[in-house]
Design a protein around this ligand. Sequence first.
Ligand code: CP
Length: 324
Amino acid sequence: MDQDDNQLQFDAQGNLRHLLSLQGIDRSLLTEILNDAESYLTEPGAPPARGTSLAGRTVGNLFFEPSTRTRASFDLAGRRLGADVLNLDVNTSSRKKGESILDTIYTLEAMHVDVMVVRDASDGVPAYIARNVKDHVSVLNAGESDVSHPTQGLLDVLTIRQHNPDFANMAVAIVGDIQHSRVATSASQALQTLGVGELRLISPPALAPDAERFPGARIVDNIAAGLKDADVVIALRIQRERIGNLDGVPGIDEYFSNFGVSTENMKHAKPNAIVMHPGPMNRGIEIEGALADGPRSVITQQVTNGVAVRMAVLKRIGKRMSGQ
Ligand code: CP
């Protein structure tokens, strides 16, 4: 994201208007969002937290790529804050008939949709929409190509903070298809903003990232070295939908053995290290099923935190809209 796009996230008073990337979200704002999210968490079995920050507003979920967690949690988060939520069915929307993304947006604006939650396979779409909406409308990036997934980064660092708030003395290892992962980018940006001690990115060479995208991270192609004494291990799926040619990517058995997050490979990490995965998981490829379901896994906690983080972001956007 360039400097102009970064500035686009804030209004003239410096308030967050659009959430396009975690780049440019400073430590103080990031911490405020995490604290707000934490205030929305309730005990399992208790009714979910609710609020009125979006009463009278309409949130439009525009997912031009598949989603379970992000779409469902934005839907719940919007409703729990009092908004009407419109889930556009992309498979039957007029974009399939050739309508441009901006014509779709202008159509929804005319129906008083105030918040556009956008997932798209192409780079730059959330910022492009943000540049073209009316002044009162906000745009939230719900997953942009391989570029960024800011609310996922927020929920990831919230989950880590719940287990260990000492980011400065922490080693975080992200394992898998780093090259095509928007999750890795946003989690890394949030971790660097919070002053993480060490960030390691582990992948086969064919899926290794461009180092410039991850300033301060160590790129490793050996899982034993990468997981050594790690406090947090984040497993990532191979993003087959973004890979034209799988040449050089190991077959499933070799991949699982060399790059799968498994009970065996976790022996290299600290004994109390937590295991994370943004979902959707491919069990037996990037993560062992028993480990994903076991006591070290915080994967369902990530999902719970996803609703809370999206409520925290929507609350901030709603308050700005109401001039609070
Ligand atoms: N983590 C994540 O973005 O999951 P979904 O694709 O299900 O939204």
